[in-house]
Ligand binder design. Structure first.
Ligand code: CA
Length: 332
């Protein structure tokens, strides 16, 4: 990791008023394309005076609500009616998104585990470095739109790492309520310090992420949360005038540490004892792992280590030691 500025640049002017769509060109000299580059799509919509907002999706390539919501936004935002500038990366980790995978097929990189990146590093590290060292410093507010991906399914929520600064925390809280997802989960013990969110919050952004659905697909209900939420976020910042109204106030929740997670201790077939949205208690049965190679062997029972609402579950029933099977959140 380094703090040196990425040499990568967009092939469009990010400063002039109007709407432009182009690419960040990431050189990638490979057997099939000796002088080739990876064209990461980027768009800018700039109107009058106002803040710069960075909206990103496709950080994990198999999470689709954000990618679709940002494609719509690029086409529909009118620069003549905008106060400020919106920079959009609908497929931030393009190689992963093009392959429909969480991680890059080029270097295996998980973009959301390598921030702030390395300008001399792997392809994935170079993407992180460009975003962290070129785009984030231009920006005052951002959302990195995630879903559960192929392996997890979420009750749709905004998902926020907490900034250290109390003033920024209050502005983040107001933005979460403006976004208007059915629930917002404040993460007290993030799984990584090398995420887009960690970088954006360290830069002082009004920032949060989301977990809008999952299972490697999208649904009308989850898509609407992403579509409408980004517009409400822009209206909250004063960048646009109009946004769809919030259906119901956002339920504020927290996810704590290990007591809110259930992991597989052994390999087998997981039979959950819960549905998404269930309210569960510490000690309650979470499910059973069956041993298909040993039909006579009794399954291993797993129990919840804390109380809360079941907000996330693993999609596949095939599990191996270390797989996250479920996690809870509790009301603030
Ligand atoms: Ca994700």
């Amino acid at each position: 990791m380094t703090t040196r500025t990425s040499p990568l640049r967009a092939d469009i002017d990010l400063e002039a008023p109007g709407r432009r769509v182009g690419h960040v060109r990431l050189p990638n000299s490979v057997h099939e394309s000796a002088y080739g580059w990876i064209p990461i799509p980027i768009a800018v919509i700039r109107g009058g005076e106002g803040p710069t907002v960075l909206l990103t999706a496709g950080n994990h390539g198999d999470e689709y609500e954000g990618q679709i919501a940002l494609l719509k936004l690029v086409r529909e935002l009118d620069p003549a009616r905008l106060r400020g500038r919106v920079i959009v990366l609908p497929r931030m980790n393009l190689p992963a998104a093009a392959a429909g995978r969480r991680t890059s097929p080029i270097d295996g990189g998980n973009l959301n585990r390598v921030f702030p990146g390395d300008p001399d590093g792997t392809v994935t590290e170079q993407i992180a470095s460009y975003v962290a060292s070129v785009l984030v410093p231009m920006t005052q507010a951002s959302i990195d739109i995630h879903s559960g991906g192929s392996s997890l399914d979420y009750l749709p929520c905004a998902y926020a790492r907490l900034p250290a600064d109390p003033g920024l925390r209050a502005r983040q809280r107001a933005a979460l309520q403006a976004f208007g997802a059915p629930r917002a989960i404040l993460v007290e013990n993030p799984l990584t310090n090398n995420s887009m969110s960690a970088t954006a919050l360290a830069a002082g952004h009004v920032h949060f992420s989301t977990e809008i659905g999952g299972g490697g697909t999208t649904r009308p209900s989850s898509q609407a949360i992403a579509d409408d939420g980004v517009r409400r976020f822009l209206a909250h910042l004063g960048v646009v005038d109009d946004a769809p109204p919030v259906a119901a106030p956002t339920r504020m929740m927290r996810v704590a540490g290990a007591e809110h997670y259930v992991y597989a201790p052994v390999r087998g077939l997981f039979e959950p004892a819960f549905e998404l949205g269930d309210v569960v208690m510490r000690g309650q049965l979470a499910g059973r792992i069956h041993f298909p190679e040993e039909p006579e062997r009794a399954p291993r029972e797993l129990h919840f280590a804390g109380d809360g609402v079941l907000v996330c579950r693993r999609v596949s029933s095939l599990v191996a030691p270390g797989d996250c099977l479920a996690h809870l959140a509790s009301d603030l």
